[in-house]
Design a protein around this ligand. Sequence first.
Ligand SMILES: *Cc1c(COP(=O)(O)O)cnc(C)c1O
Length: 478
Amino acid sequence: MKYISTRHSSQGAGETLTFEEVMLAGLARDGGLYLPLEWPRLSTAEWSAMRGLPYNEVALRVMRPFVAGTFDEDEFARLVADSYRTFESPEVAPLKPLGDSGLHLLELFHGPTLAFKDVALQLLGRMLEVRLAARNRRAVIVGATSGDTGSAAIEAVRGKRAIDIFMMHPFGRVSEVQRRQMTTVMAPNVHNIAVRSTFDDCQDLAKACFADLAFRDRHSLTAVNSINFARVMAQIVYYAWAALRLGAPDRPVAFSVPTGNFGNVYAGYAAACMGLPISHFVVATNRNDILARVLADGTMATAVVEPSLSPSMDIQISSNFERLLFDLYGRDGKALAAAMQSFRATGKLALGEAGFSSLRRLFDGDRCDDEETVSAIADCHKRYGEVLDPHTAIGYAAAKRNRRDPAIPMVVLATAHPAKFPDAVERAIGRRPELPGRLADLMDRAERVDGLTNDVAALKRMIDERMSAVQPARAPRR
Ligand SMILES: *Cc1c(COP(=O)(O)O)cnc(C)c1O
C-alpha cells in the first residue's frame, strides 16, 4: 500500500511512502497528514467471515492491507496479541446495550491508562520499537496532549531503548488523574513538559519542531498524536468489531463519537471507506464546538479555547479534519494546501455548497455544555445503571438527539473510564468512581515535570540538551 500527504503537489502525482515511513514520520514534511493513496475495500463476504471472531482476529484482517510490506503476518500477529494483552477485558472492547433503546456503549477504556487512546498507542509503541531496532536507529517523539494522549503515549513507550518522548500538556488544564498518569512515570526516556498556555499552543509548538527540518532530522522526530496514520489504522478495528456484532455487513450501524482532534471519528470514516455499512456519524463536541458549527453552516471558524469538564476535547483546531477535507477538496493536495494556509491566516474556511452537502451525507454535529454533560451522566446512570465519564456522556447525549432512523442501532464510543474524571461524576451522581486496581496508588506517587512558556526556541533547546546528555548512555548496541 502506498501513502501520500494531504498537501502533496499534484505534479507528478506527488511522492508516495510506505507504511513504515509514514509511521516513523508522523506529520508529512510538507505540513500535511499522510493517508493511503487508495482505501482497501473489503467485500461483503470478507466482512461476513469476520463475524464472531475475537477482537485480535478482526484486528489482523482489518489492518493487514495497511501494514503489508512493513510487517509479515506472524510478526504483526504477535504485536497485536502483545498489545491487547495489556487490556483488562478479555474482549478488549466490550459492547453493552443500553436497555432496549437501540443505543450501545462500546467500552474502549480497558487499557493501561483507562482511555481509548491505548487501543492505538499500545500497538504503535510496539511497532515503532521493532522497526527502529531493526534499523539500529533511535527516535524522539514530540507530542502535545489535551489530557489522555500524553499518558497513553508515555505508557506505550516507557522504558523503550530506541525512543525518547517529550510530552507537552497545557499547565493546569488537564485533570489531576490525567497529569499524574504522565508525571509519575519515572522512566529515563520520559520527559514531561507543562506549558503555560492552551492545548492548541502546545500543538503548535510540536508542529514548529517538525517544521524545522534540520531539527527534525537531527533527532529523527516522530509524532504519536492522532496525526500519525498508524493510530487511525488501529482505531478502524473497533468500528468494524462493533458493527459486526450489531449485524453488519447485512445491516447498517450509526456511531456517536465524543470528538476533539477528529482522529477517532475519522477512523470511523475510514471504516466506511473500506466498505463497512455505516449510516452516519454524530460528531459530539463540548462547548469548544468548531466542528459542530462547521456541520451546522459549512464554515470552519476558530474561537478561543475554553476549559470544560471534558478536557480531552478542549480543542479549536482539529488536525485530523484536514484528512476529511482532503476528500471534500477532491483529493487535490495543492488546493487543500492553499485553503489550509488561508485558514491559518484568517481563522476561517468556507466549504462551499458541494463540499458542505457531501460532508453532511455522513456526519451530523452536536454540542453539549458542562451542565448538559453532568445531566447526561445522571440520566444514563438513572436509566441504565451505567456510570459515564464526561466525554462519553457528551457522546451519549448527542446520540439520543441525533438518531436519523430509530431502527438503526447507534454505538456510543465510551472513550474514558469514569474514574479519570471523578469531580464531574460526583457532581452528577453524588459519589466518586473508584480507580481500578492497577492505578489505586496513583495519588500517592511522586511526580516529575518541567515547566515551559509558549516559546519554541526554549523547547528546542531543552530537547537538544536532554538528548545530548542521554544519547550515549542509551544508544542501541550494535
Ligand atoms: C482524545 C479523547 C477524545 C477525542 O478524540 P479525538 O480523536 O481527538 O477526536 C475524546 N474523549 C477522550 C476521553 C479522549 O481521550
